[in-house]
Design a protein around this ligand. Structure first.
Ligand SMILES: Nc1ncnc2c1ncn2[C@@H]1O[C@H](COP(=O)(O)OP(=O)(O)OP(=O)(O)O)[C@@H](O)[C@H]1O
Ligand SMILES: [Mg+2]
Length: 279
């Protein structure tokens, strides 16, 4: 089976997926000139279930723990963030400082961005519905950073290439620069722990100089439980206080560490000058 996956991976031709072109368009981050002071971070993938909502909420958790004011724009009509909040409120594990605006079209986007700005949001996060749409196109062009979560298995890699092509088409020829970063989700943090086929996938991304984030989100039970768990640091306290959940607390602590590492990298990506200074 491993051999089939390898062949499939090699069959995804670079010409077809325009990887080098994608990497070139994707490299720089600059704030869009849209009068919103807070950085706008969008989570996007062509494939459903890649981990957009989980990775968004992981970073939001870390920022909320740091006392930052976060606005989330929910552009997915399934309303996963609204449901997340409801479950969190029930458990007392939600942070009511987090603002949520649901958006269905470009007009809603404008209104929500203005409201978030007026409310003094430090960061705006946008959770999108998988795939392309006029709304997604508008969202991309208003974002400072677009994060594309993916695992390294063959199906997710193929979907990633399609997403990259879509993003290149959306961004190409546009004045403001939009930075795109690939976040490896459900992926071990150490390369030595990667399965052989996943190593091939990672090599394909590295060889094409695709912008892959250094931090990764490993597969954790805590991440799949989190939509019913609220915000990570509050969920940690909840697990400690409830005897039947106590066994999860050390696992939540590990997830908090992942969240902090990922959030630090995201913050450094939002400040390209700071990143250059470090290099
Ligand atoms: N790192 C992870 N560890 C464990 N489970 C995960 C992880 N990432 C995602 N999942 C699980 O995979 C499922 C899909 O994740 P998520 O909802 O974040 O994807 P999505 O890209 O937002 O999907 P959709 O396109 O439906 O909005 C969820 O049920 C989540 O519990
Ligand atoms: Mg989602």
């Amino acid at each position: 089976m491993g051999t089939v996956a390898l062949e499939d991976m090699q069959a995804a031709e670079p010409g077809e997926i325009r990887m080098a072109e994608a990497a070139k368009v994707m490299e720089t981050a600059a704030a869009p000139d849209n009068e919103v002071r807070a950085p706008i971070l969008t989570f996007m993938s062509g494939k459903g279930g890649a981990g957009k909502t989980i990775s968004l909420m992981t970073i939001v958790s870390a920022l909320s723990a740091r006392g930052k004011k976060v606005a989330i724009l929910e552009a997915d009509e399934m309303r996963p963030i609204t449901a997340w909040r409801a479950d969190g409120l029930e458990k007392g594990t939600w942070d009511e400082e987090i603002l949520i605006y649901t958006i269905e079209d470009a007009d809603d986007l404008g209104v929500a961005l203005r409201k978030a700005d007026e409310a003094g949001a430090d960061f705006v996060f946008i959770d999108t519905k998988g795939g392309g749409s006029d709304l997604n196109q508008t969202i991309i062009l208003n974002s400072q950073l677009v994060i594309v979560p993916t695992a390294l298995d063959i199906n997710e890699m193929k979907a990633l290439f399609r997403t990259c092509n879509y993003l290149v088409d959306a961004i190409e020829g546009y004045e403001d620069e939009v930075s795109v970063q690939i976040l490896l989700n459900r992926t071990p943090t150490r390369d030595s722990a990667l399965a052989a086929t996943n190593k091939v996938g990672l090599k394909a991304l590295v060889d094409a100089e695709m912008p892959v984030m250094t931090s990764r989100l490993p597969r954790r039970q805590v991440f799949s439980d989190l939509p019913q768990g609220g915000i990570l640091h509050k969920y940690f306290e909840y697990c400690r206080k409830h005897p039947d959940r106590r066994v999860m607390a050390p696992e939540v602590r590990k997830a908090i560490k992942d969240a902090d590492t990922l959030t630090d990298e995201v913050l450094s990506l939002l400040e390209p000058e700071a990143k250059e200074a470090q290099a």
